[in-house]
Design a protein around this ligand. Sequence first.
Ligand SMILES: NC(=O)c1ccc[n+]([C@@H]2O[C@H](COP(=O)([O-])OP(=O)(O)OC[C@H]3O[C@@H](n4cnc5c(N)ncnc54)[C@H](O)[C@@H]3O)[C@@H](O)[C@H]2O)c1
Length: 318
Amino acid sequence: MSNKKRILITGAAGFIGSNLSRSLLQNGNYELIGFDNFDDFYSREQKDKNLAPLLASSDFQFVEGDIRNMDDLFSLGDIDVIVHLAAKAGVRPSIQNPILYQEVNVAGTQNLLEFARKRNIKQFVFASSSSVYGINENVPWHEEEKLMPISPYASTKLSCEMLGHVYSHLYGIRFLALRFFTVYGPAQRPDLAIHKFFNSIIKGQPIPVFGDGTTSRDYTFVNDTVKGIEAAINYDQSDFEIINLGNHQTVTLAGLIEAIEKICGKQAIIDRQPEQPGDVPQTFANIGKAGKLLNYHPSTDLETGLRAFYDWYLKNNS
Ligand SMILES: NC(=O)c1ccc[n+]([C@@H]2O[C@H](COP(=O)([O-])OP(=O)(O)OC[C@H]3O[C@@H](n4cnc5c(N)ncnc54)[C@H](O)[C@@H]3O)[C@@H](O)[C@H]2O)c1
């Protein structure tokens, strides 16, 4: 029998899940079960493209299924670690459909925790979000900061962190909640700013810019996030941790657009719009804890990361 770690990756056909899967397969120490329901938040075509290179590996098995369905979960083979990335993502649509976000993100996560309990799976890595800090102005945010979420999406992520604490305490499941900060890079979701801005600037279409351009984000390149997730898969020092995976560098919206214009060699056409409810004015991570516990040291600067996205975009939209 193989002594490779068997990892279930929910949301494996998505942006972060496919990048994580590729990196773990390159490492060679893992057997992966990718699990995804091809949620219609964005096209199946992009997710099929994300999956295609993974399916070529004998260490990758894909199962189409829904985390809301226990039968789908119990159809899966042996698993050592769960990396739970599947979710309804996106802040703004969660305001339109909060109940659906609750069902997928919170009930779906509880299903997976129940599955872990019944199957005696002892390590659970969860994709949380910087959005749980909400409108807290005391940046850079340390994990102990007061949480002031302002969207249904953010509140579902916070609920999941607490569910994780319950299962860790009652059943000894090691639960690591990783708070991702605006992840970008090849295969990024089409609803996210960087993808949308490249797309519109390249096509000469106006880009809707919400607010006056002074909002800022701590953009994290996906390869850096993936290194943090892999470290969490192998972490064994304590049973429950919440850890920021940011970049500790903030960029304003106006600065981001300028950087993208430079790469495309084209001016953006700005369609100025009011600020959107649910959007926070800034995100900024203190990553000291990730450095200490996960040896996490993000190393990709914005220009390098944006160029990697641009290359991917051109290959996928020729
Ligand atoms: N991308 C970011 O900047 C960011 C920031 C913070 C947190 N996160 C979190 O990281 C995770 C991955 O995000 P992403 O950007 O890769 O999103 P994504 O939408 O590309 O990936 C999520 C995947 O989950 C799948 N999925 C959705 N509902 C499902 C269900 N009921 N059953 C099975 N699969 C389902 C989708 O089909 C999709 O492929 C999410 O939990 C997201 O909330 C992302």
